[in-house]
Design a protein around this ligand. Sequence first.
Ligand SMILES: NC(=O)c1ccc[n+]([C@@H]2O[C@H](COP(=O)([O-])OP(=O)(O)OC[C@H]3O[C@@H](n4cnc5c(N)ncnc54)[C@H](OP(=O)(O)O)[C@@H]3O)[C@@H](O)[C@H]2O)c1
Length: 257
Amino acid sequence: MKIVVIGGSGLIGSKLVIKLREHGHEAVAASPNSGVNTLTCEGLAEALKGASVVVDVSNSPSWEDTAVLKFFETSTRNLLTYEAAAGIGHHVALSVVGTERLFESGYFRAKIAQEKMITNSVIPYSIVRATQFFEFLKGLADISVDGDKVRVPPVLFQPMAADDVASSVARIAVGPPVNGIVEIAGPEQFRVDELVRERLAALKDPREVIADPEARYSGAKVSLTTLMPDKTARLGETRFQTWLTQSAAQNPSRKVS
Ligand SMILES: NC(=O)c1ccc[n+]([C@@H]2O[C@H](COP(=O)([O-])OP(=O)(O)OC[C@H]3O[C@@H](n4cnc5c(N)ncnc54)[C@H](OP(=O)(O)O)[C@@H]3O)[C@@H](O)[C@H]2O)c1
């Protein structure tokens, strides 16, 4: 089966392309890097020719409110239009657990817009909502910086390894469209401040992490359970400590990443 991975050069996309190929599929990594741009439509028709499934794991280069909304609205509109013309039978998109509860955030308003366009389109679809990736913990610290400190809310979340995200998305991409939302999450629950602190310590990043009940998550107010998945979420296998040990072994000399 030919499967086009939009954002195939990214964190999830590159892992997804490898997994799909390992299972015998013709996975095409499509992104500006390889001449396919969902904003300008460059290379899109050619990439979709003969494909059965499109998986969108792209992300906006800018997370500024207006820019990110424009990215997801324009790229999703273009993708769905070209997919209809190419007779694509399954559109899979990666979104985030709790998206609809995070509307105070410009980034999440853009993800809500992306999800709505997919739901309203004629293309059969599966929206996969994942929890925060372990790989994003440092990024989370970076977007939560206040002077020389990191302020995050002491709320619950159930993050997961990017490898497990890619495995789940691959499984869903080769199955029938669910025409709905599937949630995926990690096997353990943590408090955001505890895990960000632990990640920064492992990276020898000296920034102090403050558990601040007033701190926002990506610009949105959150309650204790806003970021938590449903009880029905499919769980990945990789535990945080296992991932931490593996990533330290892969990047022994890296101080901050
Ligand atoms: N971070 C988290 O914890 C988290 C949790 C749940 C869900 N998600 C979702 O996961 C998705 C993927 O995230 P990621 O971290 O894997 O992304 P990433 O590593 O930042 O990769 C982004 C990808 O988007 C591509 N891209 C950018 N502009 C494009 C364009 N105009 N046309 C086509 N492709 C374009 C990039 O291509 P080039 O390399 O060629 O520029 C790159 O392949 C996002 O939609 C995000 O909302 C993230």
